[in-house]
Design a protein around this ligand. Sequence first.
Ligand SMILES: N[C@@H](CCC[C@H](N)C(=O)O)C(=O)O
Length: 317
Amino acid sequence: MTSAPQHELNQLAGLAFAKGHGTGNDFVLVDDPRGEITIGVSAVAALCDRHQGIGGDGLIRAVRSDSIPEGAAILSADERAEWFMDYRNGDGSIAEMCGNGVRVFVDFLIAQGHVTLEHGDALTIGTRAGVKQVARTDNGYAVDMGPWEFVFPEAAQEKAIDSLVQTRGLDVNRPALSVSMGNPHTVVALADDDELKELDLTHIPSVRPVPPQGTNVEFVVPSEPLVTDGVGNISMRVHERGVGETQSCGTGACAAVVATRRWAAGDGPDQHQADEWNVQVPGGTVVVKFIPSPDGREHVELSGPAQIVARGVIAGA
Ligand SMILES: N[C@@H](CCC[C@H](N)C(=O)O)C(=O)O
């Protein structure tokens, strides 16, 4: 008898794919310029299955914006967004945005010969969280992730706390702050590295109240001192919506820095504030910066590496 993943993979026999990652957040990538390939929820889950599929935290389909309805809407607002990142979590659910994924996506577009991008140049990409500018840097890509927002603005303004989180390995409910980077995040500060290490993230953390679209949950330990030579430092583990624990989450790193900076603002004037932050995750380090923007809103820039590591073809039975 064929297993459910094998059955799904049989339907996709002959499909070419690549595998890539950004700080250990890994993705199956499919090139579909004209939007001709349908990969349903259970087919995405089969491709991302780590035992019976290729394995990945998510699936990214590269499609021209004019060949997917969400992309056509983006294109009418910004005609530079020729390519759309169709992002799915490993369980097949749709996510609005993926910070690590968009770097890997651009690396894939370059590798496929769809675009050329010199160091220092930027490309406009369509996503379900709007257009993103992705610039090539010496060691990867820097993405203007756009403005951040509190999910529950009033509570966050008052006490910088709006949710309670409980997960295995934590003795009591912990206060948290929910931040949107286009997709939802709930950030929890822990006391030290031991607490971070001891968390069991094999189950979905319990969050109250849950943001309307569900939530990714980031557990953060601020470094001592928090800011050195004008650069902030935190460590983070993450439980991703639609996936589970991952080695890294780019939008999560941005949300974690937004929450940490907000909490630190209560501790005194400038010594805990910075415009640049290193976020250490199990899969490496990403850098988060606050940057001014012509739209007058503070934007967040995320930078880090991206790598395509393999290519193949789905075999089928
Ligand atoms: N790992 C990604 C985020 C992927 C989507 C997330 N699981 C969600 O459902 O919002 C990142 O690097 O940002």
